[in-house]
Design a protein around this ligand. Structure first.
Ligand SMILES: Nc1nc2c(ncn2[C@@H]2O[C@H](COP(=O)(O)OP(=O)(O)OP(=O)(O)O)[C@@H](O)[C@H]2O)c(=O)[nH]1
Ligand SMILES: [Mg+2]
Length: 440
């Protein structure tokens, strides 16, 4: 999903990270690359320019915080600005103590009926009693479609196939469920004799039903039209929240940004498939993280900070004095494990995902696994003083760990390298070196 936007943004980031220095020239080039990536992925031109101007201004004016490189700072500025564009975390505010009413809006085929059923399922699972109202009186078969989908979701369905006035059906449905359901979702028509008529009808439904929220359903694959479509609906009936559907398919992703910016409303959910469970609640930071090919940057920074503190305080001083044991090495491996896999760590680091051959990483992780099993087969004395391991001990360790003698020798020579490095290096370099231990 979202391949084009992701690839464009990642290519821009990779180029910046690969540049010799972050100066005015490389920042401007970065900004141009970003603009191209955004516009090619259906982000509205005006928005693309606004966002990238802010990125440029901050990149040129702000200083990186202590311990953060200029490159990482620029990438995290981009991350923040994209997340901000999406309007922060959006949650549909529902009060279980009463009957909440939500009206679905959107043009034909955008996914209103499917999303109605998905939402019914989503909230039924969370203990809500849900009723859905079939207020699409225009399209033949609409009621049957909703009935099939919503019944599978565990919700009760209200419909009146003789009534052709959708406003009346919506009103009646609401009345029927008032007091007995926690949530009433009103599915509306997407087709009309003419487009203006559709917007007028939506306006009437909203005026009569007075919902707690209107949700605009936007097809994520329609590209640039997302912006104007969202604005048109927003003018007819204020949009409370947005659901972007079909983000599993050919969507370029810019539509989500566009619809959000056009209405000022937040994206609450995204549809990621045709099945009833293919609905995700939407977190902008996660979304942007996915786009930039990194996980949650904030979480990463936390992890790095924590690990650094532990390494600093508990170990490095002692190691710096030249007393390096196999337990210290093992500790380093455990640190890496705490990060999840090394690969995951690199995915988190701006510019790194995709820049490193995954095969190399797999190899590095394999080596660490081998080293770990060898260290486990050592006696306490051997771990404390690896220099005292003679050839007969070496044979025993190899046998005990099920590894080759060559592997044991390799580990010992790594250990020696590191120990001699300890004497010359500062703590920071040491840590970097230790993190690189698996690299061959
Ligand atoms: N792949 C994919 N398909 C979806 C998603 N959401 C909806 N669809 C499909 O899109 C088509 C239209 O969905 P509907 O829910 O009928 O759309 P609608 O807005 O109710 O359409 P009208 O009732 O004609 O206005 C159906 O084939 C759905 O299966 C999604 O998130 N991913
Ligand atoms: Mg429908």
């Amino acid at each position: 999903m979202l391949d084009s936007l992701r690839e464009g943004l990642q290519a821009a980031v990779k180029k910046l990270v690969g540049a010799n220095a972050v100066d005015e020239k490389s920042v401007k080039e970065f900004v141009r690359d970003l603009q191209r990536a955004l516009i090619q992925s259906d982000v509205n031109v005006k928005m693309a320019l606004e966002v990238t101007e802010r990125v440029q201004k901050r990149a040129l004016e702000e200083k990186p915080p202590a311990g953060v490189t200029k490159k990482d700072q620029v990438v995290s500025v981009l991350y923040e600005e994209l997340a901000r564009l999406l309007g922060g975390e959006g949650v549909l505010q529902l009060d279980k103590a009463r009957t909440n009413v939500v009206v679905m809006l959107g043009v034909q085929g955008s996914g209103k009926t499917t999303t109605t059923a998905k939402l019914a399922r989503f909230y039924t699972k969370r203990g809500f009693k849900v009723g859905v109202v079939a207020a699409d009186t225009f399209r033949p078969g609409a009621v049957a479609q909703l009935r099939t989908l919503a019944t599978a979701s565990g919700a009760e369905v209200f419909s009146d196939e003789r009534e052709k006035d959708s406003v009346k059906v919506a009103k009646e449905g609401r009345k029927t469920f008032e007091g007995t359901k926690n949530l009433v979702i009103i599915d509306t028509a997407g087709r009309h004799k003419e487009e203006k008529g559709l917007l007028k009808e939506m306006k009437e439904v909203v005026v009569v039903v007075k919902p707690d929220a209107t949700l605009l359903v936007i097809d994520g694959t329609i590209g640039q039209q997302c912006y104007s479509q969202a604005s048109a609906f927003h003018q007819a009936a204020p949009v409370g929240g947005i659901v972007v559907t079909k983000l599993d398919g050919a969507a370029k992703g810019g539509g989500a940004l566009a619809a959000s910016a056009a209405t000022g409303a937040k994206v609450y959910f995204i549809g990621t498939g045709e099945r009833i469970d293919d609905l995700e609640d939407f977190a902008p930071t996660r979304f942007v993280g996915r786009l930039l090919g990194m996980g949650d940057l904030k979480a990463l920074m936390e992890m790095v900070k924590q690990a650094d503190v532990e390494v600093d305080e508990k170990r490095v001083q002692r190691m710096m004095s030249g007393k390096l044991t196999m337990d210290d090495l093992m500790y380093q491996f455990d640190q890496m494990k705490k990060f999840g896999s090394l690969k995951k760590v690199l995915e988190h680091i701006p510019g790194f995902s995709g820049a490193v051959n995954p095969q190399d990483l797999d190899k590095a992780e394999d080596r660490v696994k081998v080293y770990r099993s060898i260290i486990q087969s050592m006696t306490g004395e051997e771990k404390m003083d690896p220099d005292g391991i003679n050839s007969s001990r070496l044979k025993r360790i190899a046998k005990g760990s099920g590894r080759g003698e060559k592997d044991v020798r390799e580990l010992l020579s790594r250990y020696k390298q590191m120990k001699s490095l300890v004497k010359t290096s500062k703590g920071r370099e040491l840590r970097q070196m230790m993190r690189r231990i698996g690299d061959q």
